[in-house]
Write a protein that binds this ligand. Structure first.
Ligand code: THU
Length: 160
């Protein structure tokens, strides 16, 4: 028996240390929280994706009285981008959450279902998507969703 040790590299920095393009994308994500429809959780999430053509598309969580019918901000943003630009890869996604009158202190990290959808968006164009998770106290950055979802299930899993 042997052990497989996985390395999780997460960059941690603050608003001031962020590059101009990351600051810009975070601003879009924060603004997108205003468009959330979250009357049940009161947890407003915004996501902004930057495509390789420079376009920025946003999404926010859209809830439903029948709870599972709602959708997270990340999936709204990604599906929106892929629906508008089906031949263009996503380069970066930024996520922010607003709750109890302020942006969350800790970075908002995507749920498991959204991680799976981001894996698909990476595999679809064979391009890693940089993820920026915003929090007031710190920002997390990973080079690919596979850092947060190792040993993921993807199209290659179906043909093995
Ligand atoms: N939510 C997101 O939109 N993205 C996340 O990364 C975590 C959770 C939404 C789902 C639901 O509308 C609300 O936040 C509370 O879970």
């Amino acid at each position: 028996m042997k052990s497989l040790n996985l390395n999780t590299k997460i960059l941690v920095y603050n608003d001031v240390e962020a590059s101009e393009s990351i600051k810009k994308l975070i601003k879009f994500a924060k603004n997108a929280t205003k468009n959330a429809y979250a009357p049940y959780s009161h947890f407003q999430v915004g996501a902004a994706v930057m495509l390789t053509n420079g376009e920025i598309m946003t999404g926010s969580n859209q809830e439903n009285a029948a709870y599972p019918s709602g959708l997270c901000a990340e999936r709204v943003a990604l599906f929106n981008a892929n629906a508008q630009y089906p031949n263009t890869a996503v380069e970066v996604i930024a996520i922010a959450a607003f709750h109890d009158g302020e942006f969350t202190d800790v970075p908002c990290c995507p749920c498991g279902g959204c991680r799976q959808v981001i894996v698909e968006a990476e595999n679809r164009f064979d391009k890693a998507i940089k993820m920026i998770m915003y929090g007031k106290s710190k920002i997390y950055e990973v080079e690919s969703v596979k850092v947060l979802l190792p040993l993921s299930f993807g199209k290659e899993s179906l043909s093995e």
